[in-house]
Design a protein around this ligand. Structure first.
Ligand code: LRH
Ligand code: MN
Ligand code: MN
Length: 430
């Protein structure tokens, strides 16, 4: 029996209050969609089958990379974090998996698995960390990790990734995500080619150890913490890595890791076309790697990314199953609410993309009718799919209005009384 952190009765009572309005909104939208020859129930079923992983580091109440302002009920460690993740899933029914970060979440792997089982959660990709030094670590990553000039430092970074795979095997993960901050701050500081050769050789060692049913995701990021050059700086380099390593290696696209105005949806299309799209770290940003809630700044861009994914599904692209994960962390909201909001926005973008009339779009593209092609996308994007999202949650036992229900539950207040308040302090790079 799954341990529920919010009483099922409370969710049912909150849903009852909203039942009549939802019924009528769902019927009205159903009628509208049927005029467009779309079966609302088919869309609702597809949305209900769409899941996104929550990042363990996203439920911490305190953090930005610059300072910590802990909020109430700050999780004391990974087991508290898993409790919080289970609340997000219980209310949204959209986030049954958690992505762990090692060493931040280091604990006995069997206990992690047991805790996940109790809460009805399983584990998505493992994330390694060779971008900061762990206490007691022999070699520092100050000047890099997998691409470091020193062989012993590289070996230590490789070993850490192998350890992540080992933990992942016990908890049922099937992927390793590697992001490194390796790079330089000054022209001339590092040799671009030799650095990348060392990185590839280290990744080759990790790849060799990867179980056959696992995937290896590499994540590119334009800059930060390195400000002049970064070893894995863009999707081109990322593609070269995945291509060099082999068939189990794929590119991970973190939406926040590009220059402002980059056409991310086009990057997604290219990676799909060449069979190397592994998955996403979904979030939003205005300026850089802001890690804001998905859809908070540019919801149309999120929709356009999903439009490419649905297009690939529609074309029946072989072996296409990208991993969807959230990567966000900031400190002016309750992170449970923010992650609920992101999960909803991600499903919203997916639902809207499912509404695109692909035959019409194809025709407009063929005829070079730019205006009508754009209108076809806009028509789907302008559709208010909230009744579909709410109905998908309700049918799965979640909340019609998850944030309102969460507030009524008093969960934050309850955990605040159980978890001692931590001290404020300086942040850490994320
Ligand atoms: C790097 C990053 C990467 C890390 C996470 C904490 O900016 O996006 O995915 O693992 O942040
Ligand atoms: Mn990321
Ligand atoms: Mn990031």
């Amino acid at each position: 029996m799954t341990e529920l952190k919010i009483a099922a009765d409370l969710i049912a009572a909150e849903n009852d209050k909203r039942a009549a309005a939802l019924k009528s909104d769902y019927a009205a939208l159903g009628e509208n969609l049927s005029r467009r020859e779309i079966d609302i129930d088919a869309i609702t079923r597809q949305v209900a089958d769409f899941f996104v992983a929550v990042p363990s580091w996203g439920v911490g109440t305190g953090g930005t990379r610059f300072a910590r302002f802990p909020g109430l009920g700050e999780p004391r460690g990974i087991f508290d974090k898993l409790d919080d993740c289970s609340v997000i899933h219980q209310l949204t029914q959209a986030t049954p998996t958690v992505s762990l970060h090692i060493p931040w979440d280091k604990a006995d792997a069997k206990e992690l698995k047991a805790k996940g089982d109790v809460l009805g959660l399983s584990f998505d990709a493992m994330n390694s960390n060779t971008f900061s030094d762990a206490p007691g670590q022999k070699h520092s990553y100050k000047y890099g990790s997998l691409s470091h000039t020193d062989a012993a430092t590289r070996s230590q970074a490789i070993e850490h990734n192998l350890e992540c795979i080992e933990i992942g095997k016990t908890i049922g993960s099937k992927a390793l995500t590697v992001w490194v901050g390796d790079g330089s701050n000054f022209p001339g500081q590092s040799h671009f080619t030799r650095t990348f050769e060392r990185y590839l050789a280290s990744m080759g060692e990790i790849y060799k150890t990867l179980p056959d049913d696992w995937r290896l995701f590499t994540e590119h990021k334009m800059y930060e913490p390195a400000f002049y050059s970064t070893v894995v700086q863009d999707w081109g380099t990322n593609y070269l890595i995945a291509k060099t390593l082999g068939p189990k290696a794929f590119c991970l696209v973190d939406l926040g890791h590009h220059a402002p105005n980059t056409n991310i949806e086009m990057i997604v299309a290219r990676l799909i076309q060449f069979g190397k799209l592994g998955g996403f770290h979904l979030n939003d940003s205005k300026y850089g790697d802001d890690d804001l809630d998905a859809g908070a700044i540019e919801p149309y861009r999120l929709f356009l990314v999903f439009n490419e994914l649905v297009d690939a599904e529609h074309r029946g692209v072989k072996g296409f199953h990208p991993a969807h994960m959230i990567d966000q962390s900031h400190n002016v909201t309750d992170p449970i609410e923010s992650l609920i909001s992101s999960a909803n926005e991600i499903r919203r973008a997916y639902a809207q993309a499912l509404l695109v009339d692909r035959a019409a779009l194809d025709g407009y593209q063929q005829d070079n009718d730019a205006l009508m092609a754009s209108e076809t996308l806009k028509r789907a994007y302008r559709t208010d799919v909230e009744p579909i999202l709410a109905e998908a949650r309700r049918r799965a036992g979640g909340a019609v209005d998850p944030i309102a229900t969460y507030r009524v539950s008093g969960y934050r207040k309850k955990v605040a009384s159980e978890r001692p308040a931590p001290a404020a302090g300086s942040g850490g790079i994320v």
